[in-house]
Design a protein around this ligand. Structure first.
Ligand code: ATP
Length: 358
């Protein structure tokens, strides 16, 4: 089932939580909504689920090309999993998963043996059939979220909406669960939207990522597109770590922190305009002596070697703090030590210029 959001706006009082948002999720896709706190992710999810309505006359929701904007949540066949486990404390795991099947109108309800079979199958799917008789308080956080997912799947939803489902878990459990979710999704292929403010989670799990900011969509793209071809400064800054060099462009030059680089400005009026240069840590190179590259001198303050890459923290002679990621091989070759004076140069820099004068 496809999901389409067309020109949806939503105000709470005078505050605009969503401003003219449009989005299409194809059948079987898993899309992540990624954005800072308060950017409108949950509001959008609740509107898709039917738990919230768009402003009057401001937008429509389509499920499989049918306008469901006025349809009640219960009639949309949407499964919902929240950050805070909404399991019933007084019910066993088995009964929690069975809940949605038992409250269906008698005419459409499965017989008891059918319900038991289905719950067993769902518990096997989330690999927790051995916990059927436990109560929620006797489960770990990760196990509870898997049960919450089994419960959401019990009604055979046409759409699955996941609102920070792993938000309150520790980093290691989150990592395991997102891989597990990806495998589960490729097995079930239920059209799903995952809300998260964790960019690693979004990039690893989703086939497409929707970047939200202050009630608007900044970019929709594959993980590769949003990471390597950010549509704007917000996206580049939000997805992945960046070094930011503040400064200005003037004439055909950019003066950004300690850097002075050639810059061809389409809108060059001769007047200086504020600008920022954004550089990924792995796009900065370290040399032990100035070799003619457009770089700047800096002193190594800290070296973190534990990790897939070596992270080097430096302070430029002009005062800026800079982070550089090097491969272990390159790090060994350079023989770097704390306190060493080196030269840093960018391989690639994205320059974002303000429209007004500096
Ligand atoms: P988070 O990651 O913190 O959950 P979010 O991106 O999901 O944030 P929303 O929960 O959608 O953001 O909230 C968007 C904005 O709308 C916030 O500023 C929030 O305070 C406001 N908001 C949300 N629900 C209501 C409400 N029922 N009444 C008033 N304001 C609300």
């Amino acid at each position: 089932m496809s999901i389409e959001v067309r020109h949806v706006s939503k105000h709470f009082g005078s505050f605009g939580a969503l401003c003219d948002v449009s989005l299409k999720v194809e059948t079987g896709e898993l899309v992540a909504l990624l954005g800072p706190s308060g950017s409108g992710k949950t509001t959008l999810l609740r509107i898709i689920a039917g738990l919230e309505v768009p402003d009057s006359g401001a937008g429509q929701i389509f499920l499989n090309d049918q306008d469901v904007t006025r349809r009640q949540a219960g009639a949309r066949r949407v499964g919902f999993v929240f950050q805070h486990y909404a399991l019933f404390r007084h019910m066993t795991v088995f009964e929690n998963v069975a809940f949605g099947l038992r409250v269906i109108a008698r005419k459409r309800r499965l017989p008891e043996t059918g319900i038991r079979e289905k719950v067993r199958a769902l518990l096997q799917l989330v690999q927790l059939d051995w916990l059927a008789d436990r109560y929620p308080a006797q489960l770990s956080g990760g196990q509870r979220q898997r049960i919450a997912l089994a419960r959401a799947l019990a009604i055979e939803p046409q759409v699955l909406l996941l609102d920070e489902p792993f938000g309150s878990l520790d980093a290691k459990t989150r990592q395991e669960l997102r891989r597990w979710l990806r495998r589960l999704h490729s097995e079930l292929k239920v059209t799903s939207i995952l809300v998260t403010h964790d960019q690693e989670e979004a990039l690893e799990v989703a086939s497409r990522v929707v970047l939200t900011n202050a009630g608007r969509i900044e970019q929709i793209g594959t993980p590769e597109e949003v990471f390597h071809h950010p549509a704007n400064e917000f996206v580049m800054n939000f997805v992945g770590y960046v070094n930011i060099f503040h400064g200005r462009v003037e004439g055909n030059k950019a003066f950004l922190g300690p850097l002075e680089i050639e810059y061809s400005d389409d809108q060059d009026t001769g007047a200086a305009r504020s600008a920022r240069g954004l550089v990924r840590p792995y796009d900065l190179e370290i040399e032990t002596r100035a070799n003619g590259k457009k770089g700047f001198p800096a002193t190594i303050g800290h070296i973190h070697v534990a990790g897939p890459q070596v992270r080097i923290d430096l302070t430029a002679d002009s005062g800026e703090t800079v982070h550089v990621d090097l491969s272990h091989e390159r790090f060994r070759l350079l023989n770097l030590v704390v306190g060493q004076h080196v030269f840093v140069s960018p391989r690639e820099i994205n320059v974002y210029v303000d429209t007004q004068k500096a």
